[in-house]
Write a protein of this length. Structure first.
Length: 442
C-alpha cells in the first residue's frame, strides 16, 4: 500500500511531549478521535495514524518530536503521521523538510480543537495565534490513563521573557469563562475523578481578558463554594501572582492541595533582569517563605534555567547559595537552549554546551538533596494518598499525597482512585513507603 493511499483501518496512536496543557489537549484530541470511530493503540504498535503532540521549549524537545516521527514511520511506513503542538506551530518548515520522513499533516495548536475535520481535509494548517481573543472549547469528560484529570482554564502568554518561545507558540492570554470551568469540573467528578488539576500557560493571568475581568483567586473560591471536587490542585503560578489572598484560600480550604509550583529561573538578580523577569530574588524568597509559614507541609517546586547567555560563574554561585537556604522541595532544571525568535537568542555571551551541562547537573544534585530532605520530614506521620497504580506481583498500591509526595503501601486494586490514610514508615529508593491505616475516605 502506498503511504498516500486512504487508510484501511482506524487505529491511532498518540505521543505527547511537554507541559500539562499539552496533556489536556491530547486527552481532548483522543476523545475527538474515539467519537469519530477510531481505536487507540500504544505508540509502539502498528497504527493507521500516528499523532505527535509536540513541544518546543528546548532544542531537545524539538529533536524528540523528530525522533517520534521517524519511529512512527519505521513502525508502519504506510501510516498517516500528524504533527501538531508548539513545535508544529512555531517551525512547521522544520517538520516538512525532514528528508523522506516529513509528517503527512502539520497542524497548529488552534487546529487541535477540530482535529478530525482537519485530518479529513488533509491540508496543512497553522492559525496565526496573535489574533486569537477567545479560548477553545472545553469538551473533556474523561482523561485517558490518569486517575487525576487536568483541566485547561487558560492559554497563551504576553509576559515576553527573553528566553521564551511560548508567546509565539501559544498566542495572547485567553481565559475560559468561570461557568464553563465549573461545568467541566462537575463533568470530571461525575466521571469518577477524585482530583482535578487546573492548568494554563500563564495561570496567574486567568480572567484578566474576560468581561467583566476575573482572577484565579476568584475562580478557585467559586470551585471551593461549588463543593464538588474532593481534591483541587493548581499548576504553575508566577511569584508576583501568588497573592496573600490566594495563600489565605489555600490555608482555609479543605480541597486545595498544598502544592505550589513557583518558577524562579535564576537565583541571580542580574540574570533575572536579562531574562526579563518581573521580580528579584528578595521578592521571590519573601513569597516562598510566606507560603511556608502558612502551609508548613506544602510541596514547593521551582523552575531553573542553567547557563543563560552571559551567566558568569559568580552569578551561577549566587543561584546555588540562594537555593541552599530556600525552603523548596524540588527543582525542575532546564539547560538553556537557543530558541530562534527570542530576545535571548541574539544576546552576547552564549555559553559552551559543556558548561551549561555541568551547571545543570550541579543544580540537579541540589534538587535531589532538597527532595530527599522534604520527604524525610514525613516519616512517622500520616498522609492522605490517592491510589493511582497497583502492582499485582507485589500487592502494592502507589499514589500521590495531597502535598505531592509519591507513596507506596500494601493494598488491593480496589483502592485505585480511592483516597486513604497512610502512615509513612520509610524512604526507599526515592519513594516513601507506608502502612494503610484507614479504609477509603470517600
Amino acid at each position: 500500500m502506498n503511504r498516500h493511499e486512504p487508510l484501511t483501518g482506524k487505529r491511532f496512536a498518540v505521543a505527547t511531549l511537554g507541559c500539562k496543557v499539552n496533556q489536556f489537549e491530547t486527552a481532548d484530541m483522543i476523545e475527538q478521535m474515539q467519537t469519530d470511530g477510531w481505536h487507540q493503540v500504544k505508540f509502539s504498535e502498528v497504527a493507521d495514524l500516528y499523532l505527535i503532540n509536540s513541544c518546543t521549549v528546548t532544542a531537545r524537545s524539538d529533536a524528540e518530536s523528530r525522533r517520534l516521527i521517524r519511529r512512527a514511520r519505521r513502525t508502519n511506513p504506510h501510516a498517516k503521521i500528524v504533527a501538531t503542538g508548539c513545535y508544529a506551530q512555531v517551525a512547521p518548515a522544520d517538520l516538512l523538510n525532514l528528508p523522506d520522513l516529513q509528517p503527512d499533516l502539520v497542524l497548529g495548536n488552534q487546529e487541535k480543537h477540530d482535529l478530525v475535520q482537519h485530518i479529513k481535509q488533509g491540508r496543512h494548517q497553522i492559525t496565526d495565534l496573535t489574533r486569537l481573543k477567545a479560548s477553545g472549547p472545553l469538551r473533556l469528560t474523561s482523561f485517558a490513563e490518569h486517575t487525576r484529570a487536568f483541566l485547561q482554564i487558560q492559554n497563551g502568554c504576553e509576559t515576553g521573557c527573553s528566553y521564551c518561545i511560548v508567546p509565539i507558540a501559544r498566542g495572547p492570554s485567553r481565559s475560559v469563562p468561570p461557568l464553563e470551568v465549573l461545568e467541566a469540573v462537575s463533568r470530571l467528578v461525575a466521571s469518577g475523578y477524585q482530583e482535578v488539576v487546573l492548568t494554563g500557560i500563564h495561570m496567574g493571568a486567568y480572567g484578566l481578558d474576560l468581561s467583566p475581568p476575573g482572577s484565579l483567586t476568584a475562580l478557585v473560591q467559586q470551585l471551593e463554594d461549588q463543593n464538588v471536587v474532593p481534591r483541587l490542585r493548581l499548576g504553575s503560578i508566577e511569584p508576583n501572582e501568588l497573592t496573600d489572598e490566594l495563600l489565605a484560600l489555600f490555608k482555609k480550604s479543605s480541597r486545595l492541595c498544598h502544592h505550589l509550583h513557583i518558577p524562579l529561573q535564576s537565583g541571580s538578580d542580574s540574570v533575572l533582569q536579562r531574562m526579563g523577569r518581573s521580580y528579584d530574588t528578595h521578592f521571590y524568597r519573601t513569597r516562598v517563605e510566606s507560603a511556608v509559614r502558612l502551609l508548613p507541609d506544602a510541596f514547593i517546586a521551582a523552575d531553573l534555567i542553567a547557563g543563560f547567555p552571559g551567566e558568569t560563574e559568580p552569578e551561577f554561585l549566587e543561584t546555588c547559595r540562594l537555593l541552599e537556604t530556600l525552603p523548596v522541595a524540588d527543582l525542575h532544571v532546564f539547560p538553556y537552549s537557543i530558541r530562534p525568535g527570542t530576545k535571548a537568542a541574539s544576546m552576547p555571551g552564549h555559553l559552551k554546551p559543556a558548561i551549561i551541562k555541568e551547571r545543570a547537573e550541579q543544580l540537579r544534585i541540589i534538587a535531589t538533596e532538597k527532595r530527599s530532605a522534604f520527604q524525610q520530614r514525613f516519616i512517622d506521620s500520616t498522609l492522605q494518598v490517592l491510589g493511582q497504580r497497583h502492582n499485582a506481583k507485589t500487592g502494592e498500591v502507589s499514589g500521590l499525597s495531597r502535598n505531592y509526595l509519591e507513596v507506596s503501601y500494601q493494598g488491593s486494586a480496589q483502592l485505585l482512585n480511592q483516597e486513604v490514610m497512610v502512615e509513612i514508615q520509610a524512604l526507599q529508593n526515592g519513594l516513601l513507603t507506608g502502612r494503610l491505616i484507614t479504609p477509603p475516605l470517600r
